[in-house]
Design a protein around this ligand. Structure first.
Ligand SMILES: [Zn+2]
Length: 341
């Protein structure tokens, strides 16, 4: 089968587009003919370093994906021909976290494209529970995008921050996949949403997508603007994956007792933290990454009901995988960069 795979680490030279062996479906697994995957920052991390992530080369890239069931055993609620999207974590099913339904915390979690062959390939074989029926009428690119970014944003807002419809959420760095998913989901939940970006054009696009206010951080002081927009109160929830560059602003933008939820640190992971502000104002800080299988199923139902489709940036052919990775690395994208398989 044709695949995009890593033969080393460091730039596009180690990303090969070529033939890999067909996966052999094991009992209890579903063989999926993948039609689309979208790119995530972790793909760039695996390409450029992969440090700290147990894996063997060559390894197929890609963490999310959607396609059609090609083979599956009976009794899993799936049939050949079903259109499915994938939950990206293969979990052990018996550690204390799996038993509690918190498989995202599984101590043996193997992520597609990180610890095992991923989704930038024509086929993959995963445990049948990892395949979730797609919303009807969606493209494979849109469905693939739910599996990582939207799932991450869903857990951040619904499970960790417990965002309420009457609340206001501040989302830093709009334009990236998780931030845009956060904007879409928070609006669909009924909340007020303020976004920030250094790029005025991205602010405009976010307003067109339903953001209630957008702060261009290149020209405006974010905290001052948040306080103006919230009548000196601050926001209920701060949604954050930028890291060190905005951490101080995140703490200062939250209302007393507010929640800050973070899932990333692209600008650095060692910010100064004003602990007095954290305890005197009783801020709650939630760490989050990805989500559980049950959360993915809830998310798919929510998105289907609200016809909430991921914002797509550009779709590339598999032969253009290098250009797709470059597009993500450039930071110019607005929404998901997809690869058709
Ligand atoms: Zn487990």
């Amino acid at each position: 089968m044709k695949a995009v795979y890593l033969t080393g680490h460091g730039g596009n030279e180690v990303v090969t587009i070529g033939e890999r062996p067909m996966p052999e479906r094991q009992p209890g697994e579903v063989l999926v003919r993948l039609h689309a995957a979208t790119l995530n920052r972790v793909d760039l991390y695996m390409r450029d370093s992969g440090a700290g992530i147990t894996h063997m080369l060559p390894q197929v890239m890609g963490i999310d994906g959607a396609g059609v069931v090609e083979a599956v055993d009976e009794g899993h609620g799936l049939r050949v021909g079903d259109q499915v999207l994938l939950y990206p974590g293969v979990t052990c099913g018996h550690c204390e976290f799996c038993v509690r339904g918190q498989e995202v915390l599984c101590t043996h979690m193997k992520l597609l494209g990180e610890h095992r062959d991923g989704t930038l390939a024509q086929y993959t074989s995963v445990p049948a529970r990892n395949a979730v029926p797609m919303p009807q009428g969606w493209s494979f690119e849109e469905a693939a995008a739910l599996g990582v970014n939207h799932l991450t944003a869903w857990r951040m807002l619904m499970t960790q921050a417990r965002l309420q419809p009457w609340e206001t959420v501040l989302i830093f760095g709009i334009g990236g996949g998780v931030s845009l998913a956060g904007l879409q989901l928070a609006k669909a939940m009924g909340a007020q949403v303020i976004v920030t970006s250094r790029d005025a054009a991205k602010c405009e696009r976010a307003l067109a997508l339903g953001a209630d206010a957008a702060i261009c951080s290149a020209t405006h002081d974010v905290v001052k603007e948040v306080m103006r927009l919230t009548h000196k109160r601050g926001v209920d929830v701060v949604f954050e994956n930028v890291g060190a560059a905005v951490w101080d602003s995140a703490l200062r933008s939250a209302v007393r007792g507010g929640r800050i939820v973070t899932c990333g640190a692209t600008s650095g992971d060692q910010p100064g933290a004003d602990l007095r502000r954290v305890f005197i104002r009783q801020l709650q800080i939630h760490g989050s990454t990805l989500g559980n299988l049950a959360e993915l199923r809830d998310l798919v139902g929510f998105c289907a009901q609200h016809n909430l489709r991921p914002v797509m940036d550009q779709v590339f052919a598999m032969d253009q995988a290098h250009a797709a990775l470059d597009r993500l690395a450039s930071g110019q994208q607005f929404g998901k960069v997809a690869v058709r398989l």
